[in-house]
Write a protein that binds this ligand. Structure first.
Ligand SMILES: [Zn+2]
Length: 141
């Protein structure tokens, strides 16, 4: 039977009723990192705590990926089926900027500072039928 698996361990809570992105926050200087790291990127402190990030933030910058990224880009897409997608940084409360794919790829519908929410959706299907779940940012209506 096929199942849903996260694209990477430790990136977000899964399975969960309300999945959340996971960051590490330095107990020394307070800087948070996403994805979570074992040491602080700001001060190299080793004392970090994992915390769930808020599900909403604002679009900090974005672009549209117009062509297939080079390998190891892993999706079910081919050069024929590839569709441009938005990618951007979303600034979350607590001072973390998270890079991720956007659910929107229409430049007319994206602008810096707009509210975004994180959603967890199938990204690709493995040969065994498992759905690989990743996170995306979606404009808040
Ligand atoms: Zn630190």
């Amino acid at each position: 039977m096929s199942k849903q698996v996260p694209i990477a361990e430790g990136l977000f809570t899964w399975p969960a009723a309300r999945p959340a992105l996971l960051a590490s926050r330095c107990k020394h200087c307070g800087v948070a990192s996403f994805p979570a790291a074992e040491s602080c990127m700001a001060c190299s402190g080793q004392d970090v705590a994992i915390e769930e990030l808020p599900g909403r933030g604002t679009l900090w910058t974005w672009t549209i990926q117009q062509f297939m990224p080079k390998t190891p880009y892993k999706s079910n897409e081919t050069a024929q089926t590839f569709r441009p997608y938005g990618v951007g940084y979303v600034e979350l409360p607590g001072g973390v900027r998270v890079e991720g794919r956007l659910t929107e790829n229409d430049p007319q519908k994206l602008h810096i500072g707009m509210p975004m929410e994180v959603v967890f959706e199938p990204y690709r299907t493995e040969d065994n039928g498992d759905e690989v779940i990743s996170f995306f940012f979606k404009p808040v209506n």
